[in-house]
Ligand binder design. Structure first.
Ligand code: KG4
Ligand code: ZN
Length: 333
């Protein structure tokens, strides 16, 4: 019997990514073309240029994964999954339109996938498993929220950011320190070398399950403007300490308020952070629950998580048309 795969396409933001994934989450082939160099010239993502880069990169990316996987498209690829949102509308249009055309050419169904559900599935790539019901913390460049997910796939929001996402806070600090975009990994490295000696606020601490990160960003900005000498490593360490205080407080509160949960999942680009992963570990060993993390490689945006989410959609009969949509919550398909 032939293997079966789904081709996943992700173009919600600045990276073009395509992957071929089996039902079990085995990634047969994957490519990601980052636009970091382009974004660096503008100190962040410039949506129109991101769309133009997707136009140049998308067909070569599909071509490359198909060729190097050696997979027989006709017999082995059963569907195409593509991010339909949330994201930058121009970038989404390139991915969804391309998927629609390729689906027509190959005569395969095309499934529009919610990017946030893709992040959730990233845990199950290459052998991982989520134990339900789970508290899920999603921390990315575009989103920050905490929700509860049950075994039937029902999702209920517990709290979300009132302003900046956590990834955005990292990237804004990176911009203030002239670090390359995206700044998360660099800030983590610097933080590990620094001393968290500066007091920055931990917004909305001990105050419900919503988040707020814009005040932290402003506090760091005021500190940088008013300090004659700056130790960047200490600034990063102090920033990360404030962030971890908030995450620790919110996760523990969510677990305390939902005692029936069996695991904690942390997903999204910031789940690549060593410090955030360690925090998850600590909390889960305190509560005796399982920790679900994506492999670091699959924490940031990628086509593999979209392909794996599309498998779920297919099995649930959710053949959502690939129309781009800029905003969509995780509790919708
Ligand atoms: O999930 P993602 O790739 O894109 C969105 O869906 O938004 O997340 C990107 C975000 C960026 O803000 C980036 O700075 C952050 O994830 N990030 C990290 C790390 N790697 C990426 N933040 C902290 N530590 C990291 N190692
Ligand atoms: Zn993402």
């Amino acid at each position: 019997m032939k293997n079966k795969f789904i081709l996943g396409i992700e173009t919600s933001c600045d990276d073009t990514s395509v992957a071929i994934v089996s039902r079990e989450g085995r990634v047969a082939e994957h490519v990601k073309i980052s636009q970091n160099e382009l974004s660096n010239q503008y100190g962040g993502i410039y949506p129109e240029f991101a769309s133009r880069a997707h136009i140049l990169n998308i067909i070569p990316s599909i071509d490359s994964v198909v060729k190097s996987s050696g997979i027989d498209v006709k017999d082995e690829i059963i569907a195409i999954g593509v991010t339909r949102g949330p994201g930058l509308i121009g970038s989404l249009m390139i991915g969804t339109n391309t998927a629609a055309v390729i689906g027509d050419m190959w005569n395969k169904p095309v499934i529009g996938v919610n990017h946030l559900r893709g992040h959730l599935k990233s845990i199950e790539l290459e052998g991982g498993k989520i134990l339900y019901p789970a508290i899920v913390l999603l921390v990315s460049g575009g989103h920050t929220f905490i929700c509860i997910v049950d075994e039937l796939g029902n999702i209920h929001y517990l709290g979300q950011t009132r302003d900046d996402s956590l990834g955005e806070a990292y990237d804004k600090l990176g911009k203030m320190l002239n670090l390359p975009f995206p700044a998360g990994p660099k800030i983590d490295q610097k933080a590990l070398k620094g001393n968290p000696s500066i007091h920055f606020p931990s917004p909305l601490l001990k105050n419900g399950l919503d988040f707020s990160f814009s005040g932290l960003k402003s506090a760091v900005s005021r500190y940088l403007d008013s300090s004659p000498t700056i130790n960047e490593n200490d600034v990063c360490a102090s920033f990360v300490k404030s962030v971890l205080n908030v995450l620790d407080d919110k996760i523990r509160r969510a677990i305390f308020e939902n005692p029936s949960i069996k695991s904690l999942a942390i997903v999204g680009g910031v789940a690549a952070s060593k410090q955030v992963r360690e925090l998850g570990n600590e909390i889960c060993s305190d509560y005796g629950i399982m920790l679900n993390l994506p492999p670091i490689k699959w924490a940031t945006d990628n086509g593999a998580m979209i392909a794996l989410a599309a498998w779920d959609y297919l099995e649930r009969g959710k053949i959502i048309p690939p129309f781009p949509i800029a905003r969509i919550p995780i509790d919708q398909y």
